[in-house]
Design a protein around this ligand. Structure first.
Ligand SMILES: C[S@@+](CC[C@H](N)C(=O)[O-])C[C@H]1O[C@@H](n2cnc3c(N)ncnc32)[C@H](O)[C@@H]1O
Length: 169
């Protein structure tokens, strides 16, 4: 199973009623979710205008919004918030995580890079920051009222953490 299939199966297993997909890129996850029969409400957010325009072109029936993970706020909550493949690129990743928890009523799924070396910084991908996280780095961001339901290390071209946070009842 490749990484995207793994994420899809994780989302479908939870069967959320609504998803906020922060850093949705061109919306590839929602198309796969629809192909798999998921029929919940979806909103995708990304900071890159071209990606949002492409996402709207490819999936005109879905909602896509131009926005910054660190500052976006919605006037509603979502059953599940996805923060996949973005916090490694952000200096201020804690703000993005705070926002994700704020906009979720049930689950937050975070994916980021992992390494045994802890924090390391390097410039690649055209100068984007790539930060590596330890398990503790992510788990400690869990706010009061939330628990860590699952932490998995996915081994691939890069090792990645996938963490599922759950709002305690
Ligand atoms: C590596 S891609 C991940 C895409 C998708 N979430 C996935 O997991 O396949 C990183 C995405 O983060 C977006 N991005 C970077 N900084 C962002 C920010 N501050 N707020 C929202 N999106 C951001 C980029 O435009 C890009 O679409």
């Amino acid at each position: 199973m490749d990484f995207k299939e793994y994420i899809l199966s994780l989302i479908l297993e939870q069967n959320p009623e609504s998803i906020l997909d922060i850093a949705c890129c061109t919306g590839h996850y929602v198309r796969k979710l629809r192909e798999s029969g998921w029929s919940g409400e979806y909103t995708g957010v990304d900071i890159t205008r071209n990606f949002i325009e492409k996402a709207k072109e490819l999936s005109p029936e879905e909602e896509f919004i131009l926005g910054d993970a660190r500052s976006i706020s919605m006037d509603r909550k979502y059953d599940m918030v996805l923060l996949l493949g973005v916090i490694m690129h952000l200096d201020d990743y804690a703000s993005a995580m705070d926002n994700a928890f704020e906009m979720s009523s049930n689950k937050v799924i975070v994916m980021t890079y992992a390494t045994k070396l802890g924090y390391t910084y390097c410039k690649e991908n055209g100068g984007m920051l790539n930060r590596y996280f330890t398990e503790e780095d992510i788990v400690k961001e869990s706010p009061d009222g939330w628990s860590v339901e699952r932490v998995e290390k996915f081994h691939g071209s890069r090792d990645r953490w996938v963490v599922v946070f759950d709002a305690r009842n």
